[in-house]
Write a protein that binds this ligand. Sequence first.
Ligand SMILES: O=C(O)CCC(=O)C(=O)O
Length: 300
Amino acid sequence: MKFKTYQESDLSREQLAMLPSENEIDRYDEIGWHVSPFILPEELIDEAVRGAEAFYRGERDWTLNHTDRISNDDVALDKRLLNNEMTSLQKMEVRDLINYPTIGATAMKLARTNSIRMFADGIVHKKPVDGTTDQGIVGWHADRPYWPTCSSHNMMTAWIPLQDCTIDMGPVFYISGSHKWRDDLRFRKLFNFNNQNLDEMSAFLKKEKPDYVSVPMTLKKGQVSFHHGYTIHASRPNTSSRDRIAIGLHLQDGANHYVPAFHPDGNKVEIGYDLVCRKDATGQPDYADPAVFPELFRAQ
Ligand SMILES: O=C(O)CCC(=O)C(=O)O
């Protein structure tokens, strides 16, 4: 499977005009998230939906050499929330969407770096629920705490809805400025995808940060939101009548590399991606392995 590394010379004038301005980058630094204009073509998104559907049917264009610790929910179990990771390394149509140059270009500008590599992706598929169940909640969490083996504190995620995402579809919502709380131990419990008691967490936040603001990403198809690796976010169930599919594309800045990390019991942390990628000369996971962590965009 081949990804292409793009540069600014590959973008049209219209695409260049859609990249974040200096003011918008400053704002991203301040609030920890950014919403793009319409940077993705509709047909490419529709193809990715077809690719996701084929993936759920079990079709693969390529297979992973390891699947341990890579989330791969089974559609047959009729869960209301599916999370399937590293799909762009397995399905061509998902790869094509993720590899679209305006995504990498926007991320590179926001991170103020000269190279953006993929780190991982996950398709989060929320089936409709009737509103009386908690099924379909993505609990409060930040992404970067899941990757203690990364050296960078400048990673980010592009959240790419594959249809318009109205408020009743359970869009992701961000707590503005929460990426600056990473050293504050009070907020450590907000770093958990499976922490589904959103109301309890909202009450906790109201007490600790009475002025906190959470903003839903009610995006139109073709828009993408970008959030900092420490921005706390969550999403509610999809109570509409349509499926809600979104791809979370995790991105690493050029400087990121593997660092050993340890569990409290002294055992080494090994995240799923460590098993999929090649090892470097010292035997450590290589976070620049082009087959697993392709460079999506680089400065001229
Ligand atoms: O799609 C969602 O609701 C959650 C996505 C998410 O947690 C992420 O992209 O980091």
